[in-house]
Ligand binder design. Sequence first.
Ligand code: GLC
Ligand code: CA
Length: 558
Amino acid sequence: MTTVIDSKAADHADQANECTWWRQATVYQIYPRSFADANGDGIGDLVGITSRVPYLAKLGVNAVWLSPFYPSALADGGYDVDDYRNVDPKIGTLDDFDEMVSALHAANIKLIVDIVPNHSSDRHEWFQQALAAGRGSAERDRYIFREGLGENGELPPSDWVSMFGGPAWTRVDDGQWYLHLFASEQPDFNWKNRDVHEDFLTTLRFWSDRGVDGFRVDVAHGCAKELPEVLPTQAELDATPTTDGQHPIWDRNEVHDIYTEWREVLNEYDPPRIAVAEAWVASAERRARYASPTELGQAFNFDLLEADFDAGSFLEIVSTNLAEAKTAGSSTTWVFSNHDVVRHATRYGLPPRHGRDVKQGTEWLLSGGTTPELDVTTGLRRARAASLFMLGLPGSAYLYQGEELGLGEVADIPAEEHQDPAFFRNPGVDPGRDGCRVPLPWTREGVSFGFGSGEAHLPQPAWFGSVSVEAEEGDPASTLNLYRRALELRDDLQTAEELEWVEADAPDVLHFRRPNGWEVVTNFGTEPVALPAGTVLVSSGPLAGDTLPGETTVWLKA
Ligand code: GLC
Ligand code: CA
C-alpha cells in the first residue's frame, strides 16, 4: 500500500517537474557550426552534437539551446533563414535532427531551438515571390516595402542605419526599397500581415511535433512596427523613448499580441512548450511582459552581462530581477556570454568602462589583441567567480559553449577569415562577433583541436590546445571541473526560488543563503576577507586558510 502511494506521489512530482523544469534550469547554448564537426568538412553539424551528448550529460546541463540550424546562406551566421522547417544540408538532415533529439532526451536533456520571426533571409521563398510579384502585390505585403525619396525614388525612404551598420533599406530592381534592421540579406517581415502569423504558428507546431521542448525567440522586441507615412529620421528615432510602448520599432505594446497567440499553440502540447524572449528593452518591468505566463513565459535578462564586475551592481541587478520575475509569474534568467558578445573571461580582463557596452562595437578594439590591454589572469579569475555566483542564484542560468572551459575571445582573426556582417559593414571599426564563435577545442592537438578531422571554418589560435576539454579533463582545478562540480551541486538548489541576503563584513562582498541552507559568498574586491563559517562545497579559486581571496566565490554548507 505504502509503495503505491509513494509511486503516485513520485508521478505527480515528475509531472510537475515536466512543466516547470525551465524555471531553474541550466541551459547550454550550442552554436551548431562551431561545436563539433562529425564529417570533417570544417563545419560543426548535428551528428557532431549527437556524438557529444555524453559530454553534455557529464557537464550536468538540463537543456540545450540550439542557435539556428536552418538552411541559410550564412549572411548572418544562420539568423538569415531560408526555410524555417528544415535543416541546413551543410550541417545535417531532419533525420539527424530526430536522432539528436532522441539522444538528448535519453540523457534527460531538453532541447530549445532558436526561432527568428523578425526577418527571413532574402532567399526565403516568400521574399523571392515578393520580388517577382512586384509593387502592391499580396506577396510584397509580407515584408516592408516602400517607395524611395527623391525625384525618381532613388533615395532610401529614410536615413535609417541597420544594426550592423550601413543603410537599413535596400533597393530592388523595380525601384522599391525594403526594410532590414539587420543585414540586407535579412528583410523584415510585416507582422500586420496575417500570412506571417499563420506561418510562424505552423513552424511552432512543426518543431513541437518533432519533440522540441521550447523556443528561443530572436529579436522578440522588434516584430511589431508602426511606420508612419512620413518616416522619422534616424536622429528622431534615437530620441524617441522606448519606455512607453510607442516607439515605431522597438518594444511596441502590440508586439505582445503575437506572443499571446503563440502561447495558445505552445499550450496545445503536453507538457506545454516553453519559450524565452531575446528582448533588449528599457527596463526589467518592460522585459517582464514578454515573460508573463500568458506569453512566452521567460525572457533573457542581460543586466549581469552588461554590468562591470562589481558587488553593488550585482546586488542591485539580482534584487530587482528577482522581484520583477515574481510579479510577472516567471522566473529570472541569468547570462554572461552568448554568440553576440565578447566572452566574459575576456571582458572582465579589460578596463571596467568596456564592460558597459558588451555588444560588439566600437568599444571593443580587440583586433590584434592589444587595445585595450587585456589582463588574462584577472579576466578568468573574475569570470569563474561570477559564474559560480550566478549558478548559486534562483532562476535559469544560460551558459554559452566554451565558457565551461574558461575560453576567452579570439582577438586576432585575420580580416579575410571573418564571417560576421558586423565586421564587414563597419570596416576597421567593429571587430564583429567571430571572436566568440571560433570552433571549440576538444583535444590538446590535432588539425582543429578535435573539433573535426579537417580545418575549422574559423581559425583557432595556438593557445586553444591548453584550454581544450582534454587538457582540462584531468585537472581538478580546471574551469571545466569547476562547472561540473557546481552543476552537480546545483540540483540541490533547484528548489524554492528564493534567496536571503546575509549582511557581509566588507562592502565588496555579497553573501546570500538559499532555502536548503547553503550560502554563496563572493568577494568582488582584490583583498582577502574572512571566510564565513561552514563546510566548503566548491570555490571558484584556491582558498587560503580561513580567508576568501579577492575575486573568488565560495559555496558553503552550514
Ligand atoms: C539576434 C541574434 C544575433 C543576430 C540578430 C539578427 O540578436 O542573437 O546573432 O545577428 O538577432 O537575427
Ligand atoms: Ca561537418
